[in-house]
Write a protein that binds this ligand. Structure first.
Ligand code: PLP
Length: 438
């Protein structure tokens, strides 16, 4: 009865993010979740499923961590919130900013806090542009990003997002954004030359593209990108919103590539999603130039920039990641996951390329393994629905003509749970494959 009531209210009053509106109206919510524990989620109807996506690539330490509830409780009952505007500050924000300076790649050393990844991206673009104003190069305002990229849904973040359907959702984007091929550094050079280097403020990229279908960049890609940005005096921004905080088997995704960014966006895993938090880090050089050249006020800030409760939860979350060696586990279980994918590839005719880095994984569905020819209509939505019925949540990516399944289980996943994930996945693909063969 409660399910029925909530389903009706959900349809009537709750406009879901990134949702198939028709389907929601017809079928109602697929799951009304009530509880989480480790890699598992439980719903109102009594189902238990493996959260193969860490919800939205973010619940890194897994569900139901009482320590994080306690950290929030402790902070909320002493000082839940206070402003960080102007010269006000608070200890959790200061401690977290210091901690981030030790763990972040290169010499990223100062943090501007936001509530999430979209705000972090818009902040990065504005700070990059402001930096060039401070340097007397007002013409440097264009932001270059990659096709297949996803940077969020704020106006700047949407404009930077390479996945076209997100940009087409609205009919007026922010100006001064341009795009390069997602895997070729030569394409970056060509666009810089075509647009005019003196008009470019920054280039932004995810170390591993997530929402675009888990695309791992070529080994030398980011070293080449760094060199090109240096050559043309362009800021290099990494978007580690998904890849940060252990996801790829290193603290940050850029560690795989040995290239140091000038700025880095983060969110999601910084709190494992227990409370909203994100931010942008600046390298020591950029931060120093900002402080030396700034004369007026830094006119950018959110009410929740430096939220003490969010920062306190983040500090505890990072302690858990380190104390429980979750980064090493992500690396080991990531290898396990990729091996599992390869096994499925050998078993199932409709599985094409499989790929991944740490606990980010992708599987291509194809009509023909040898030619990689795709089905006319994407098959992955059916596989995702089948997997959900069988107890596994994963996600479909159908942008850009892709037919891809993506995975990002919590970093706490163990061998037994990984085997279950692989088994359910194989069974689900087999069920759909059988249907196709009929
Ligand atoms: N950047 C990347 C790489 C992301 O994957 C996301 C969200 O999935 C964002 C930015 C946007 O973050 P948020 O949804 O917290 O605004």
């Amino acid at each position: 009865k409660l399910i029925q009531e909530l389903t009706e209210l959900d349809k009537k009053h709750f406009l879901h993010p990134t949702s198939p509106i028709e389907q929601q109206q017809e079928q109602g919510a697929a799951f009304i979740f009530t509880e989480g524990n480790g890699v598992h989620l439980h719903d109102l109807a009594g189902n238990t499923v493996i959260d193969g996506m860490s919800s939205l690539w973010n619940v890194n330490v897994g569900h139901g961590r009482k320590e994080l509830g306690q950290a929030a409780m402790d902070q909320m009952s002493t000082l839940a919130f206070t402003s960080c505007f102007a010269t006000f500050s608070n200890e959790p924000a200061i401690r977290l900013a210091e901690k981030l300076s030790h763990i972040a790649p290169g010499d990223l050393s100062a943090t501007f806090f936001t509530s999430g990844g979209s705000e972090a991206n818009d902040t990065a673009y504005k700070l990059a542009r402001h930096y060039w104003i401070l340097k007397g190069q007002e013409n440097r305002k264009k932001i270059i990003s990659r096709t297949k990229s996803y940077h969020g849904v704020a106006m700047g973040a949407t404009s930077a997002t390479g996945l076209k359907p997100f940009r087409d959702f609205t009919n007026s984007l922010a100006p001064d954004f341009c795009y390069v091929d997602h895997a070729s550094s030569q394409s970056l050079r060509e666009v810089i030359e075509a647009e005019g280097p003196e008009t470019i403020a920054a280039f932004i990229a995810e170390p591993v593209q997530g929402a675009g279908g888990v695309h791992v960049a070529p080994v030398n890609y980011f070293k080449e990108v760094r060199a090109i940005c240096d050559e043309y005096d362009i800021l290099f921004i990494t978007d580690e919103v998904i890849t940060g905080f252990g996801r790829t088997g290193t603290y940050f995704g850029m560690e795989h590539y040995g290239a140091a960014p000038d700025m880095m966006c983060f969110a999601k895993g910084v709190t494992s999603g227990y409370v909203p938090l994100g931010g942008v880090m600046l390298s020591e050089r950029i931060h120093q130039e900002f402080t030396e050249l700034s004369k007026g006020t830094l006119l950018h800030g959110y009410t929740y920039s430096g939220h003490p409760t969010a920062c306190a939860v983040a500090i505890r979350n990072l302690e858990i990641i380190e104390q429980e060696h979750l980064i090493a586990n992500a690396k080991a279980m990531g290898e396990e996951m990729l091996n599992g994918f390869k096994w499925i590839q050998s078993e199932r005719e409709i599985v094409g390329e499989v790929r991944g880095l740490g606990l980010m994984g992708g599987i291509e569905i194809v009509k023909n393994q040898h030619t990689q020819e795709r089905f006319q209509a994407p098959l992955v939505p059916q596989i995702v629905a089948e997997a959900a019925k069988r107890g596994l949540i994963c996600r479909s990516v159908v942008f850009d003509g892709q037919d891809t399944l993506v995975f990002a289980p919590p970093l706490v996943i163990n061998k037994r749970e990984m085997s279950q994930l692989i088994e359910i996945l194989n069974d689900s693909i087999q069920a759909i494959e059988k249907g196709m063969m009929k």
